[in-house]
Design a protein. Sequence first.
Lengths: 372, 421
Amino acid sequence: MAEATIVKPDLDFVKGVIAAGGESLKKCYQCATCSVVCNVTPDQNPFPRKEMIWAQWGLKDKFKGNPDVWLCQQCNDCTAYCPRGAKPAEVLGAIRKQTIQQYSAPAFLAGLVNNKTFMPVLFLIPAIILLITGGFSIPEGDIVFSNFFPIHTIQFVFTPALLFGLAVGVMGVMKFWKDMKQAAGVTSGDLKGSIIATAKDVISHGKFKDCGVSKDRFLSHFLVFYSFVALAIATGFGVLYIDIFHVMSPFSLFGKGWIVKLFGLAGAAGLLLGVSLMVMNRFKNAAKVGIGSYFDWLLITIIAVVMASGILAYLTRLAGIAGLAYPIYFIHLVFVFSLFVYLPYSKLAHLFYRGTAMCFAKYSGRDKTIDN
Amino acid sequence: MSELETNILVVGGGISGLTAATEAAEAGYNIALLEKTPFLGGRVSRMNKYFPKLCPPACGLEINYRRIKFSSRVTFHTMAEIQDISGQPGSYEVTVRLNPRYVNDKCTGCNACTEVCPVEVLNDMNFGLDKRKAAYISSEQSFPQQYVIDDNACRKGDCSKCSDACKYDAIQLDMKPETMKIKTGSIVLATGWNPYDASKIDNLGFGTSPDIITNVMMERIASQNGPTGGKITRLSDGKEAKRVAFVQCAGSRDENHLAFCSAVCCMASLKQATYVREQYPDSKVYMFYIDIRTPGTAYERFLNKIKDDENVSLIKGKVAKVSEDPATKDIIVEAEDILAGGKVKVNIDLCVLATGMAPTVGEVKLPADVKINENGFMVPGKDQKGIYAVGCVKNPSDVAKSVQEATGAALKAIQTVGRKS
């Protein structure tokens, strides 16, 4: 103990973690039950025990380029067995939120998305953008959404929104990758193999099956994930039919462009089931592992509204209730736009950061799965 | 219904109750001592050695038994359960149920009843590690040296082998429970503790292998009069247990089980480490802990002595998984070695779960003004007079502290009685 270590606590970081749902952080007394019951941590320098003390002490720098908080799938096994109710899973969730804020520029947008008081503003911005660009007059005759908000205007507004979201996310993970390499002292590795192995993990959702307490999350996440894939495919075909084949919407299962409708309906049904399961699971496990933070619920809400407004717009259109169909469709557009533009700042950013961290763990040899 | 008038009633015949009773009696007061089980001595009578002196508890108990035996002021009743307490400081009326022993005081301890008894049940004295007869005595040191017939195990009506075999007319199978009223000025509660039920800690594997035991079982295994005759062996195959791991805080300091520190388990495990190390010079002992709590110079010195033994590894990090290797039948304990920074899996012969102290005072029907806290221990109220708590009724305590408190409680009880007279 000859050398003194000077600990420089970053109190704002501690407060940030506590505010973001890690209020139980200070209860941890470092018994390391969490690291042992965790089924997804590596054996060397396991998490989440070390993250708990770093966060308690405000050692913000330790989290710079730390892949471990993202290897956590929030199974909540640690929280269930924690002898002090320190809820390590919730704390790691709160730290992940801090990482998103740290890497997704500009920081003020991340702050806006994660602040409860600004929630109305969050949805007002897209509403105003859409009102300005779309014009919106409720058309006479059969309900056709493209008469209400032209398809090309949608493409004109939504494509940049998505590209913006993706660009911020990609820039964030590039910085994150660099920091991880530096923090781990790793200079080279099997990048291609790591990416393929990560893709396999994501496609199979295999890591979810290691979870104990929140095992049911596999199905809900699987459904939501693949529903979005289906909806993306539907959108892709939609663009193909409208712009190349010049088939105008609405599509029908029994006419040209049926494939768009097929994937669209499958995605809607999957989302309805998946989101319902997600909400139910959260309530079911609330007593033991906590109900989740604003950050969690914001994303669930956005996805739920996208799903519900999408389905209702479809049904009211079929029923011919123009007075409901058009306003609901407008809400749908607002929330889809929000999903795109807030992609790198909301919890949805886990898509970038978790994916990258999983890949880095394989690349650096922390996750041994690609060796065999 | 019999009646008894006394100055002080002591509830519980363990080391705390025995001490309180004898101390108050020797100050000149009349004492009634009640014990729920058939024998006095409580938890201490099942211990192999005391810490930190490593001397046998039997001698301390024996001194107390003698003090009681030759005192005209102590009346004790075994198999006694409190049914009701009413009244106030200075004049309590206590209703007690005396369960039938089926053996009267003509018993000479000749063992003839045990020899002929056809019924075998798990031996509670040894935590079910071996068996005993329905007609039995808990050990050769038991006090009173009077056999008992286990009410739950005895076939009663269709068997009279024991009473036929008894040459002294000591066995009375038609004995009935009795009710007794005790009038007393003060009450000392010394009902002690129960080992925490390890099967509730589902990640520590208790019940999945006979080689995963608790610390109280380890005391019996190490005892000369225990199930293995004092040889520390695996219960599964009888092999010498030379690799032993102690799992600290097995249920204690855990809000899912016992939210408090049980105070004795660290010293108990260090003590038990010496049992293993003395028996097998080539043994290896692991102790996994969150913090080692050994307050005071004597306990600290004891810890340091164990630390110096290079065959004892003290590892900071709580064990959170215990399992049996299906191939080798080894027990595997898993923990994070916090100071080394990695998960460790250790293969061992015997895993000892250092389970804590579950309070028992809640089982006694107490007057409304006695407060029990959220952990199940009695809170000594500021104005609480007349009813006094000792030892593990108040807090998890070791023997030394319990004995000191018992002496203190005896004085408090005397003060209550003295004020009146």
